[in-house]
Design a binder for this molecule. Sequence first.
Ligand SMILES: C[S@@+](CC[C@H](N)C(=O)[O-])C[C@H]1O[C@@H](n2cnc3c(N)ncnc32)[C@H](O)[C@@H]1O
Length: 211
Amino acid sequence: MTTDVKEIIGFDKFIDDLRRFQVGGSFVGTELHIMYDLVIELLGRSQDANILVAELGAYQGLTACLLGAAVKDSENGNARVVSIDNYSNPDSHRDLVVEAVSNFGLNDFVAILDQDDLEYLHSCDDDSISVLLVDSLHSYEHVKETVPFILPKMRPGGLVFVHDYQPEAEEQYATVGKAVDEWLEEHGDKTIDHGRDGRFFWFYIKEDDDE
Ligand SMILES: C[S@@+](CC[C@H](N)C(=O)[O-])C[C@H]1O[C@@H](n2cnc3c(N)ncnc32)[C@H](O)[C@@H]1O
């Protein structure tokens, strides 16, 4: 976890702007902070070219802005965010995502795609994604279908966040956690590191052969 003063100032400014622009999204403050810190840390030490930070599920733009702010504040000139949503949720709106990204001054850092998430994942090269936020359709079937495609697409050392991971919740809220846990049971021996923070947030780091 980073404690750099500049990064904390960057995050505080982000939270202030969030309140000012009333951007909609489902992340709580702690989750935003954890994701921001981890992304900044990863980008701070990466000298890779063309660093891809992707999110599946944009909704109204909150996490698109968070990831964009982390990329901007990291000052890693090689990183860009791609924010994917098929806008199937009646409350999700591409216009709001575009407006939020623009209000945050992040147009140069975030590309907004109207696309199905699985279709997007399939279009990515293997080992091409450095940071992936999975937060689209939360049905058990959809997450179960998505999860096997994630690791092959991640760069070694890449960071995966899965939101709404709560396997111990009532059945209707446990869908994401159940699908992820089943995948972990099958592939646990290949897991180099995974962490659970709070009840809603799970992250995973793909094994880096160089380390
Ligand atoms: C929980 S919201 C995302 C919240 C957002 N990450 C935030 O907190 O700012 C889930 C989004 O996934 C989108 N979605 C649902 N199914 C999808 C699919 N198959 N492909 C892409 N997006 C999808 C919905 O339209 C909705 O906007």
